[in-house]
Design a protein around this ligand. Structure first.
Ligand SMILES: Nc1ncnc2c1ncn2[C@@H]1O[C@H](COP(=O)(O)OP(=O)(O)OP(=O)(O)O)[C@@H](O)[C@H]1O
Ligand SMILES: O=C(O)c1ccc[n+]([C@@H]2O[C@H](COP(=O)([O-])O)[C@@H](O)[C@H]2O)c1
Length: 214
């Protein structure tokens, strides 16, 4: 499962766990991106922090591991390179690539998309607010319904900036690591999606305070 994981949250973990159970996977490898080109225009937390957050979040599950391939390769991250590396490492093992419906909606814009289908089977899990599609490629893409987790890294970063809690949206160790390293407190370099998530949080809180005081 590839992701920017900035930060990793329970939506990612539930997706991985559900797909692992459905397909009887031996292992789920979380692969934090190096430089995610479709997230250009916003500041991304350092790869080392995102890698360690992912290690902490997955440590208690014996079937979950974390790979540094996309970080250590350097440069822009493309899934075609990730899958070629895994194909070389794992020989003829059956490879599955787990994505949420939002990432799958973009897949036709990914580098060398036609070659991707030869390297792995894609499993697209449902995500609240996004339509699931297989682009008529049901032999290459399976759609899977999972419990709805309306959690996003964008909202978690906005919570950090607003000083709101992230408890129970991410594993406890992730909360502690975020606090220890003071991540997501500063809004310089914020991308438009974060700014709108933050302003919508502030708006909701104002409404709530007004109701509470009446
Ligand atoms: N709540 C969720 N339910 C299902 N899939 C998810 C969920 N959150 C993320 N994913 C999937 O996990 C993968 C990695 O996602 P990513 O690290 O970009 O998290 P994100 O929450 O979408 O981040 P951001 O809000 O910064 O865009 C993607 O394939 C994405 O679709
Ligand atoms: O290969 C590409 O061109 C490509 C473009 C955008 C995203 N991806 C991959 O999709 C996964 C989820 O990405 P993101 O940006 O939603 O965290 C991650 O593994 C990315 O490397 C891949």
């Amino acid at each position: 499962m590839g992701g920017t994981f900035d930060p990793i949250h329970h939506g990612h973990l539930v997706a991985a766990s559900e797909v692992a159970a459905e397909y009887s996977l031996d292992e789920v490898i979380f692969v934090p991106t190096g430089e995610p080109w479709q997230k250009a225009g916003r500041r991304v937390t350092s790869a080392e922090h995102r890698y360690l957050l992912t290690v902490i979040a997955t440590a208690s599950n014996p079937r979950f591991t974390v790979s540094r391939v996309d970080i250590d390769r350097g440069g822009t991250t493309y899934t075609i390179d990730t899958l070629r590396d895994f194909r070389a490492m794992y020989g003829d093992a059956e490879l599955f690539f787990i994505t949420g419906a939002d990432a799958m909606a973009q897949i036709m814009s990914w580098k060398n998309v036609e070659e991707l289908w030869e390297l792995a089977h894609f499993v697209s899990v449902t995500r609240p607010g996004y339509q699931s599609e297989d682009f008529g490629r049901s032999e290459n893409i399976s759609l899977m319904e999972i419990p709805a987790m309306a959690i996003s890294s964008t909202d978690l970063r906005a919570r950090g900036q607003a000083g709101d809690p992230v408890w129970y949206l991410v594993p406890d160790g992730v909360v502690q690591y975020i606090h220890k390293h003071r991540l997501y407190q500063d809004d310089s370099g914020t991308r438009p999606a974060d700014a709108s998530a933050l302003s919508s949080r502030r708006h909701t809180m104002k409404q709530y305070h007004r109701k509470g005081s009446s």
